[in-house]
Design a protein around this ligand. Sequence first.
Ligand code: ATP
Ligand code: MG
Length: 550
Amino acid sequence: MEEKTIQSNFIRNIVINDLETGKHNKIITRFPPEPNGYLHIGHAKAITLNFELADEFNGETNLRFDDTNPEKEEEEYVRSIIEDVSWLGFDWERLLYASDYFDEMYERAILLIKKGKAYVDELSSDEIREYRGTLTEPGKESPFRNRPIEESLTLFQEMKEGKHPDGSMVLRAKIDMTSPNMNMRDPVIYRIIHADHHNTGDKWCIYPMYDYAHPLEDAIEGITHSLCTLEFEDHRPLYDWVVRECEMESIPRQIEFARLNITNTVMSKRKLKVLVEEGIVDSWDDPRMPTISGLRRRGYTPEAIKNFCRAIGISKTNSVVDQQMLEHFIREDLKLKAPRTMAVLRPLKVVITNYPKDQVELLEAENNPDNPEMGVRTIPFSREIYIEQEDFMENPPKKYFRLFPGNEVRLKNAYFIKCNKVIKDEEGNVVELHCTYDPETKSGTGFTGRKVKGTIHWVEASQAIPAEIRLYEPLILDEEEQEDKDFLENINSNSLEILEGFVEPNMVDVKPQDKFQFFRHGYFNVDPKHTTKEKITFNRIVSLKSSFKL
Ligand code: ATP
Ligand code: MG
């Protein structure tokens, strides 16, 4: 279920004000990922914010690839980002690439040089760092800072023509080497990189820096509100400087908001990439990953993710959201949608000794007690069934109401059974139980003769479908990331458990991404990668219970 109640926030208030005062007639936002990895749930927050804000006020949102860094960017990432944004259910007005503006960015850089607002610097990158000063000390001017404009123009042209090697010179904005804001101390705006670009090939060997490129991209597209995360707050004076000094017609406004962090999760493409490259996870869409594609494969729905993003809200203070909140929203979404079924994850064979051999009867079971419209199904019952190993104890503690020798329990949707005999192997492991059933106690017949305290689930043995069932724990041990600790020291080596269980015969024709509630076990998704004609694999999305209160 999608709960689209609109929560106001400071950005929305700015937009309302800009429309009311006539500053803008229409708002245009953008989601500007760098295609250097797969999108994660943090990006979902930015996507939801940008698209829904524009949508609410009949504006537009562009999907723009911020592809100014050829060494880190790949076509595979472009494809995955397009897929993920569409899957979330958002339609962009225009799909754009920052690299399409390279010519214009170059022209604007020449304008800056001509105005005396940019110069070619031949200091090495180490020297540039040294000259920049510190937070307490002003920077020093480069000896190249006041070179003639003509000289900078010629050198910049030569940089573009490939006449100079990587790292030999850069173009810098000429602002203020004594500014208290380090970003304003003559930032580098172009560097030489002889690398193939996924979009422009070998046309360019100079590439603009983010702080120069991003404001121009926004201005070129007529973006009215450029929303980004808090770490760019200190870059805003530079953003405004670039728009102004490059004499852009349209003036975008940068507004910062707090990024999303979630407990027991790392949330940066750089770190997620390490997890993939080190083989700690199988791939970017491993169901343990906080990527959109990982969450999708785990079984999360777009509605759950968007409801989560709406609920966390937009603020100016960084905080860490409990991952249980995300789990809350998938339970909420699947409660009415996902059919119930019984699955045995760790099977123990039970023989019902007084049930006729060769008889199979069909019992009725509700598909979703919370949503009667989902109807009923039939499930087979016979002399041999599987139950869950943990639903039997030979020597139970007090208050154990499940099966033990001499005790009677209810089989969900079927009969009462009583345990009479425990069969063990040579090592003393319980391998089979012998029980008797009481035909009077059939579910749905209104039997009131006696009560039992425990209800357990089961699957009929002869028709049960073997299935692989994958259970997950958080990939990261510490709740919150520690600044001084390498996140790789914090990996949970028990984040995946693979079980061979059984599911109902009805599951024969499930399709990848079908979702179910396994009675007592939680919500499960049919894994699209591991499911074959021969074997169904389920991912546990989330268990049933949570102590989390919204
Ligand atoms: P990462 O560090 O994970 O690579 P990024 O900010 O470098 O993230 P971009 O591709 O540049 O990734 O991000 C695209 C947009 O998504 C940006 O506007 C950015 O501010 C936003 N964004 C990225 N991470 C988060 C997050 N955790 N919460 C909210 N917004 C985010
Ligand atoms: Mg980035």
